[in-house]
Design a protein around this ligand. Structure first.
Ligand code: DGP
Length: 122
């Protein structure tokens, strides 16, 4: 399956769909999740066309990867997650229930996030 340039995050990058922007630079965009799972729930995405962590880690340039992970840390600081804590998460593929096929990292903060993840029938 190749990258679908009509996915919702590609449309957000092209300003065809609005978002609640938190941070942007030449390589990265961060915006609030439409369906927040914590008081602060922000998505960080590269502007390049990568399907998931698998694609990004394999095919992203050193510059894109460096800029991306620096931005994840910066956004976590911006949303106030450092003192009390935050969690980052990236879903790849079926078993992780990835819904949007443009690589993104979720950042959660602002409450007790519980212990790791819940695995049903696992
Ligand atoms: P996942 O692919 O399962 O890692 O999660 C995709 C996330 O994207 C999900 O938490 C909801 C969010 N989302 C989906 N559509 C939109 C949208 O149009 N705008 C925003 N801000 N978030 C969206």
């Amino acid at each position: 399956m190749g990258y679908d340039s009509q996915n919702i995050f590609a449309k957000i990058i092209r300003n065809e769909v609005p978002c609640d922007k938190v941070y942007e630079n030449d390589h990265v965009l961060a915006f609030r999740d439409i369906n927040p799972q914590a008081p602060n729930h922000v998505l960080v995405i590269p502007k390049g066309s990568y399907i998931s962590m698998e694609d990004f880690s394999e095919n992203g340039s050193d510059l894109e990867i460096t800029e991306f992970w620096r931005a994840v840390g910066q956004v976590a600081r911006m949303i106030g997650g450092v003192s009390d804590g935050y969690r980052i998460l990236a879903n790849h593929g079926r078993d992780a229930h990835q819904e949007v096929f443009h690589f993104h990292v979720h950042i959660f903060s602002g409450c007790d996030l519980g212990h790791m993840i819940k695995i049903q029938n696992g």
